[in-house]
Design a protein around this ligand. Structure first.
Ligand code: RIB
Length: 321
């Protein structure tokens, strides 16, 4: 495989879940039972999905710190991560089950997810490995908040750039964002953190993180770095499963940063990777590799980020064009 030159290392610290997926016509409403169709398990978990995406995107050696039970689910998760080329630091949790997620995947490619964190809740501050050779630490919020906080503060103090994907949506403890160089959120997570709903530009005014990226699903992404906005229209695809698309974006984006690429290039690569991920079933099984991302971007270059797409995105974000 042809990879961009590796300049640095990414450490992903976070969750790994075995995803139990049932396909159905629609996601059940509260109190409703839906008769679904096929059932399958897939390796997942936001942290592990991001590590796989980072490794497959190329450009940065990828390691992951995770906690797993001593059960067959753990073996499936380990195999997927190692197969993608991720070096693992595993905390074993005897008597505590590996994390699991229960996913209803609807025919419109959307989903509803419930996570049973299990072993993920056992990740502690003292488990953080030495950070020598690590340029970026990628974190999410499926592990205990005090652990996320401890890792972010330690990495920041060591001169490592902390990338936080604040998912799933949770309020953040005071001081966490002071240690963060790049914050990646979707619209719901942005609203939870800032308390501002429905206006992205207004919500971003409440955050003083150096770089904030808001992923906007099929619309694209909006980034604000050093006070300047960058808009990335979405690559158009026919999605079958959006599970893990945001994670693929985060992993590919962090790999691009690790490879020393600039923000617009990193945004474009992450958007392409995220779009491709939606065209296949499963969180990690859907993650594309370096060559596929390159080929896809070349084939779609003219259709993305034309003037009309930029204007539409700017208006959606509450920005004047
Ligand atoms: O972001 C998608 C992931 O969320 C799934 O793989 C599931 O495990 C949950 O962590």
């Amino acid at each position: 495989m042809n990879h961009a030159p590796s300049r640095s290392g990414v450490l992903v610290a976070g969750s790994a879940n075995l995803d139990f997926v049932v396909r159905a016509a629609h996601v059940p409403a509260p109190g409703e039972t839906v008769l679904g169709r096929e059932f399958a398990t897939f390796p997942g978990g936001k942290g592990a999905n991001q590590a796989v995406a980072c490794a497959r995107a190329g450009g940065a050696a990828t390691r992951m710190l995770l906690a797993l039970g001593e059960d067959p689910y753990a073996q499936q998760l380990e195999a997927s991560l190692r197969g993608a080329g991720v070096e693992l630091h595993i905390v074993r949790t005897p008597g505590v089950a590996t994390g699991t997620a229960f996913i209803c995947l609807a025919d419109d490619a959307e989903n509803a997810i419930t996570v049973a964190p299990g072993a993920n809740n056992k990740l502690r501050a003292e488990h953080l490995p030495a950070l020598a050779g690590v340029s970026h630490l990628l974190l999410q919020l499926e592990t205990p908040m005090e652990t996320v906080m401890a890792y972010a503060v330690a990495a920041h103090a060591a001169g490592v750039s902390v990338v936080l994907n604040a998912a799933p949506a949770r309020e953040l403890p005071t001081g966490l964002l002071d240690a963060v160089a790049v914050l990646i959120v979707n619209e719901g997570e942005l609203a939870t953190i800032t308390g501002v709903h429905g206006n992205i530009a207004a919500a971003l005014k409440h955050l003083c993180v150096p770089c904030v990226i808001v992923t906007l699903g099929a619309r694209g992404a909006c980034a604000r770095a050093q006070g300047k906005f960058h808009l990335q229209a979405a690559y158009r695809v026919d999605p079958v499963d959006t599970t893990g698309a945001g994670d693929t974006f985060c992993g590919a984006f962090t790999a691009a940063l690790g490879a020393g690429l600039d923000l617009p290039t990193a945004l474009a690569r992450a958007s392409a990777a995220g779009a491709l991920a939606t065209t296949r079933l499963g969180a990690q099984t859907g993650v594309p590799g370096y060559d596929e991302i390159e080929t896809f971007m070349r084939s779609r270059a003219a259709r993305t980020n034309n003037v009309a797409a930029q204007r539409e995105l700017a208006a959606y974000c509450g920005l004047k064009d």
